[in-house]
Design a protein around this ligand. Sequence first.
Ligand SMILES: Cc1cc2nc3c(=O)[nH]c(=O)nc-3n(C[C@H](O)[C@H](O)[C@H](O)COP(=O)(O)OP(=O)(O)OC[C@H]3O[C@@H](n4cnc5c(N)ncnc54)[C@H](O)[C@@H]3O)c2cc1C
Length: 432
Amino acid sequence: MIREIQEPAEKQKIARTILEALPDWFGIEESREGYIKESANLPFFVIGSGPEDLATVKELYERGVKNGVEGLYVVGKEELHRMEAGLSDEFDCALVAPTGALVCPYELTFAAVGNAMDNGVELLLNFAVTSIDDDGSRYTVTAADGRKITASCVVNCAGIYADEVARMAGDDSIKITPRRGEYILLDKAEGNCCSHTIFRTPTKMGKGILISPTVDGTLILGPTSEDIEDKEDKSVTQEGIDRILSQVRPEMPKVNTGSVIRSFTGLRAVGNTGDFIINNPFGRFVNVAAIESPGLSSSPAIGVYVAEMVRKLTGDPARKQSHVRTRRSLHWFRDLSHEEKTKLIASEPAYGHMICRCESVTEGEIIYAITQNPKATDMDGIKRRTRTQMGHCQGGFCGPFITKILADTMGIPFEKVTKHGRESYLNVGKTK
Ligand SMILES: Cc1cc2nc3c(=O)[nH]c(=O)nc-3n(C[C@H](O)[C@H](O)[C@H](O)COP(=O)(O)OP(=O)(O)OC[C@H]3O[C@@H](n4cnc5c(N)ncnc54)[C@H](O)[C@@H]3O)c2cc1C
């Protein structure tokens, strides 16, 4: 159903309902009020699934076009259900954004860090910064375990702890509030339930829960959105799961929400300015704080922007003459043809030794993850690089084998292998 709104006050009322429900995107009061004011003069259509769920998809379309998003279009019921057959019959229109895309957040991060290391960057793990001192020309950054590094410039990009790290350097202008987002991940059997990331049209309760395929063929549902106090509270709550399921079930009745393989929580770093905080408060200290959603999508642009800031602050250091520009995908082995795999296995038998049967991952791929930058050093590191432990058994079968491969390849005792660093040991010793 599409209806044109002509009354300016009604347009503004609808615009306010939507924009105030999207604090992640329109949290800055001044610009939000500007958009609402402007909406009185814009062509205005309301599109939705019924009188109780009218949504201003067209208004979002207009804004997208204005912001330079290419290829946006609105579809009616027939086209919508052709695109997404599993959607409830209740829905009769949608805004389609074909330039939107999915990315694997782990692989993107590994690729960026790994390429930096291939070009000479040193990665210090478990380096929890506890103090930052400036002698006027160099900073000394000290970790909880006493390790120290010195640097001419410091970039604070500590996520939910960016306010505390800023304070260590003398900047107390930042306050970060953790915003909990809970997710449910469904088995690959449900991965084909939809082929697009599906957002509900916003209501005054928020932009709602997404239903989305992942790059690995599973289906992800979430996130919730709740401001909390404790920066370490990554618990998954019954209320959060109920909220996700109560929205998804009526939207996609055929999704088998019983096939959950994992639920988890992430904390968005919400700042006190309503926007990303990227500044140079003094000296050669740079804040890249409050990078809340969509910080991952924004990260390439943020990187270029911050690199330029650092370049100016450090007096334009000489560029490297040459650098490694390419990187092999972490999943290169599974992309080989049968013939190529057979040939490789003949020379490297570890690629013929299946370790993870749920996700079909070989010993060779696990060793590759332990030996390539950034090198995996614990079980979660292997998991995020290879997908072992991410299937049905969640590591129940392959876990002990991976522990042994880690121990052997790193040259450490079996019982010193951890789940995620520090004291997170998995085994106390051998029983026989
Ligand atoms: C539920 C949820 C959904 C999201 N959805 C999307 C999305 O759909 N699209 C999108 O683009 N983005 C999304 N995001 C946002 C995205 O994940 C973040 O914007 C991004 O991860 C922020 O990157 P960052 O480097 O600033 O912080 P982080 O990724 O949090 O990294 C900060 C790092 O600093 C380290 N650190 C903290 N304190 C210290 C210290 N004292 N010493 C040393 N190290 C320290 C931490 O261990 C961590 O490694 C989502 C986030 C959440 C939580």
